[in-house]
Design a protein around this ligand. Sequence first.
Ligand code: UT7
Length: 342
Amino acid sequence: MAGSAPLSGPSGGVALVASGSARGEQQISNDQLGQRVDTNDEWIRTRTGIQARRICGPDQSLSGLAADAGREALSMAGWDADSLDLVLLATSTPDDLFGSAPKVQALLGARNAVAFDLTAACSGFLFALITASQFLRTGAMRRVLVIGADQLSSWVDWDDRRSCVLFGDGAGALALEACPADQDGLLGFQMRSDGSRGECLNVPQSRDRRPLVDGSSHQGGHYEPIQMIGQEVYKFAVREVPAILKALLQDTATSADQLDWLLLHQANQRILDAVADRFAIPHSQVLTNLANYGNTSAATIPLMLDEAVRDGRIQPGHRIASSGFGAGLSWGAALLRWQGPS
Ligand code: UT7
């Protein structure tokens, strides 16, 4: 599915105004993980680029992280929480199975905003950004907060060295505002899903039948920890991410040398480098903070974006090609133009 031009209807622009982020308060190094599983710093660093990850402390929660990131974005934008029309939370790890966005809305005091969750694992933030943008383009809404947040530490099998070394907890937020079409900050997008390959990476439910009343039963169960076939996910990423980025660049008539930044889902430094090399994008233009956080799922893209905005690497007018990929399987890409606060 491509989306650079709407099929019909009004078509305003979407301004990328401000960002924020939050992270788990406990920093766990590779060496520390070696206390738990048979691994070591050298293996993790050379195979993934990860040096440490941030894990939520006892008083932190998914909703709290998401609200902290959202507050930072509101503050950068200079917006009152009351002015928001929508709080869209991309997460696969809500505090509440019914969704955590309303809790985040309450924590922010965004009394006029509708709030709901969107689940698409590591593609969740990009899918949420694209979804929220539709409300802004049509004029149905004016101001939106999109948050990507995940607390994967609650769902990792901490005795499985093949997966536990990869993940961490974080949140990132982006404040979006309707704007004239010629100032549009979402220049194009692509989205894909392939559920037939979903078992490469999932959090499956264990189900059993339990008696309900005479002659009837109900299903009960619980979720298992994260299961991942790492090599399959790796192959998927290095095949599909370049393909979807190529489609994005073609669709928007953009060449790789017109990009200021490549902002990929932070899963593995080798994946980032392989994708950059396919487009001959210098590694200095590839945004990465994987070393400090590992894979924070829906949070990686906005967390990285926020750090690069705050340290001045991303400037108003910069063009950013972004791609998210992961469980589902799902993957997507978007060409963004950063505006910043006015
Ligand atoms: O959002 C998407 C999330 N998932 C991903 O992005 C995962 C993508 N996949 C990857 O990043 C890589 O496949 C991994 C980093 C997960 C694994 O790297 P790999 O180069 O594919 O390693 P491997 O699975 O082929 O394992 C190589 C060896 C095995 O030992 P043997 O069988 O060759 O003796 C593993 O048992 O490395 C061993 N190993 C480890 N050793 C030390 C696996 N995990 C570890 C570990 N420490 N943590």
